[in-house]
Design a protein around this ligand. Structure first.
Ligand SMILES: N[C@@H](CCC(=O)N[C@@H](CS)C(=O)NCC(=O)O)C(=O)O
Length: 222
């Protein structure tokens, strides 16, 4: 990444350290050794200033010449097609479909299961034991479903493996903060271990860890 040379870099990623969706794209850019810069969305995501650049207003956003994209999966596959080495999608249709299946589950079920706890944490979790229990049960249920789904999913590492570590770090940090440590199922834990040491993955995990800790520290447990 070239921190000071935004307009000169080939790709501009708009992102924040806290976002697992941004991490997915940052990891791909770094694995592909793409010439890129990461900038915060001007005035924050959703702002008029940011929507003038990335109409969806969500992060990640990617600008590549006149190609402006949002949605982490669309961006990740765009980068994978544009920069084939290393390949981050399987060569066969069934393999690609299985990777997309995990990406969809990650976005709509796994990450979403952690997200249900954000308002509980903001409002003071200690005085809301039922909401905490429901949120934690939701995360465990999502993990069990993912564990079963992963059996037939090829390992490259592919995009499906690279999407998981930061979200799983979110889930384990949140559960620990709520004093209910989370045990990752063995198949998921093995996949994460296999990619966590890749420099691109390790860097996003290291960026995300203090950002989430700082966010969690903002709220009184109640
Ligand atoms: N499906 C989107 C989800 C991205 C997302 O929800 N990003 C959050 C931050 S973690 C965001 O930008 N929220 C504001 C919004 O969507 O307007 C993706 O994969 O990029």
């Amino acid at each position: 990444m070239r921190p000071e040379e935004g307009p000169m870099a080939e790709f501009t990623l708009y992102g924040i350290a806290l976002s697992a969706y941004v991490a997915k794209v940052r990891i791909v850019l770094e694995m592909k050794r793409a010439d890129h810069v990461e900038l915060p969305p001007p005035d924050g995501y959703g702002s008029a200033a940011y929507r003038a650049i990335v109409p969806a207003g969500s992060v990640p956003g990617l600008v590549h010449g006149d190609v402006v994209l949002s949605d982490s999966n669309a961006i990740a596959e765009y980068l994978d097609e544009l920069i084939p080495d290393p390949p981050l999608m399987p060569a066969d249709p069934a393999g690609r479909a299985r990777v997309r299946m995990v990406l969809g589950f990650h976005d709509t079920r796994l990450e979403a299961s952690a997200r249900t706890l954000y308002p509980v944490i903001r409002a003071g979790w200690r005085s809301r034991p039922e909401a905490v229990a429901a949120g934690l049960d939701g995360m465990v249920a999502a993990l069990e479903r993912l564990e079963a789904m992963l059996a037939d999913v090829p390992r490259g590492p592919f995009l499906s493996d690279l999407a998981l570590p930061v979200t799983l770090q979110t889930m384990t940090m949140i559960a620990a903060r709520l004093e209910r440590p989370l045990q990752l199922p063995p198949g998921i834990a093995g996949r994460v271990e296999a990619v966590a040491a890749l420099p691109a993955v390790a860097r996003s995990l290291a960026l995300h860890r203090p950002a989430l800790a700082e966010w969690l520290d903002r709220f009184d447990p109640g």
